[in-house]
Design a protein around this ligand. Structure first.
Ligand SMILES: Cc1cc2nc3c(=O)[nH]c(=O)nc-3n(C[C@H](O)[C@H](O)[C@H](O)COP(=O)(O)OP(=O)(O)OC[C@H]3O[C@@H](n4cnc5c(N)ncnc54)[C@H](O)[C@@H]3O)c2cc1C
Length: 390
């Protein structure tokens, strides 16, 4: 792989960089945990859309720029460099949209895609249930297939961003006799339906980013089914292919965090060899991660199907992130507690809160234990369910 940008890529990078320099808000937008924050982010998303940057990787026919994975990576590197605001409609842009592009009918694409791009409609993901997390095939939410639609009853949990969402893509069991992967259906549920009850879960840090969602007699039109009734498992698997890679977890992002962390080290700790060793370890691993993502990008650019590398990437970025925050907390000491939510110039605000959020990444998008199982079985060829003799 040639690591230099070609003239087209350079021109794109310069265009993105120039636009972001002029347009990224100077002050951080209000928190996404508030209605005011959601609206401020929606207005920002609209500007991205008007400039043609809402989803550069989407095909041009659906409002994107049809850019390849390398150009997409260039966009995200620039976005991070410019400290762009958090993206509002990540589950719409990253999961619902690509699923519709791959498997939706033209009518379904017309109905939803443009409003995902503009963030006029925000999306959430209704897969997990109290008895179905890592083992997603344990889904019990029922969907009764009737002449006038599918009547949904059940409960979802850990539904991120559902508090503000307009739509949920969900998996429900439409064949009551079925078990495991058979008899599931993938459908789009309108959150404004009176049978949808969103109960936000208050977290340790007082945020309410996710919720329990209770579904009672929600009648979903059959037009809202993606793929076949009963064929939802394969649609969900197509969705999850898009989940593990996040454009924002780039090596450039981690290098930036590391530089931020180094600038926070107080004078008296600078000579501490344990801190120095940890910084060296982190630097080394961020570089290794950079080469791994370049390899993946190169393979995707050659149209090779995404393989188990998605699992390796997820392990690396989520664990690197936690280790970076751990060092940050160690360096800040008791100041980490005092700095929560305040910026007195002594370190980034809410470092500890970001640490907790980073720990959640060890669980969501497929827990790291599950990713390790995938690597063990599909990359290393170890037998399924093997146990180490103690
Ligand atoms: C911040 C956050 C946001 C989320 N957002 C969403 C969302 O928007 N929509 C949605 O549908 N879901 C969401 N989830 C749910 C997430 O997908 C699940 O939490 C995850 O799949 C794990 O499922 P579980 O919580 O039921 O844990 P379980 O599956 O019960 O697992 C419990 C523990 O056992 C381990 N384990 C389970 N099975 C195995 C195995 N076979 N081998 C080894 N170890 C195993 C797991 O790794 C974990 O440590 C979110 C989760 C978090 C933390």
């Amino acid at each position: 792989m040639d690591l230099r940008l070609n003239p087209t890529q350079q021109a794109f990078r310069d265009q993105v960089r120039g636009w972001l320099e002029e347009n990224v808000p100077r002050e951080p937008l209000p928190s996404l945990d508030t209605r005011e924050g959601v609206e401020a982010h929606r207005a920002w998303e609209r500007r991205l859309y008007d400039a043609g940057f809402a989803a550069v990787h989407w095909p041009a026919a659906h409002g994107g720029r049809g850019m390849d994975p390398l150009a997409t990576a260039i966009f995200y590197e620039e976005y991070l460099r410019a400290d762009g605001p958090a993206r509002l409609n990540r589950l719409g842009l990253g999961l619902a949209g690509p699923t519709l592009i791959d498997l939706g009918t033209p009518d379904q694409q017309d109905r939803w895609l443009s409003k995902i791009l503009t963030s006029e409609e925000i999306w959430c993901q209704g897969f997990s249930e109290p008895g179905a997390g890592s083992d997603l095939a344990g889904i019990r939410t029922r969907g009764e297939v009737r002449d006038d639609g599918i009547l949904v009853n059940g409960q979802k949990i850990w539904t991120s961003h559902s508090r503000w969402a307009d739509w949920m893509f969900a998996l429900v069991r439409t064949d009551p006799q079925s078990s495991r992967h058979a008899g599931l259906t993938f459908l789009m549920i309108e959150m404004a339906d009176p049978g949808v009850d969103v109960r936000p879960i208050r977290q340790l840090n007082d945020a309410r980013d996710f919720a329990e969602v209770f579904l009672t007699d929600v009648l979903v039109p059959k037009n809202n089914v993606i793929g076949e009734i009963g064929g939802g498992w394969s649609v969900a698997m197509a969705t999850l292919v898009h989940e593990r890679g996040s454009g924002l977890n780039t090596a450039a992002h981690f290098h930036k965090m590391l530089a931020e962390l180094v600038s926070m080290i107080p004078e008296e700790s600078r000579g501490d060899t344990r801190v120095q060793e940890e910084i060296g370890w982190l630097y080394e691993h961020i570089e290794a991660y950079r080469y791994m993502t370049l390899r993946t990008l190169s393979e995707l650019a050659q149209k090779k199907p995404p393989g188990p590398q998605g699992s390796m990437g997820k392990l690396w970025w989520s664990e690197l992130q936690v280790r970076l925050y751990e060092l940050g907390l160690q360096v800040l000491g008791s100041r980490a507690e005092l700095l929560d939510g305040h910026d007195d110039g002594a370190g980034p605000p809410a470092w500890r809160q970001r640490y907790w959020l980073a720990r959640a990444a060890l669980i969501y998008a497929g827990s790291n234990e599950i990713q390790r199982n995938i690597i063990a079985e599909r990359v290393l060829g170890l037998p399924k369910g093997s146990r180490r003799a103690v």
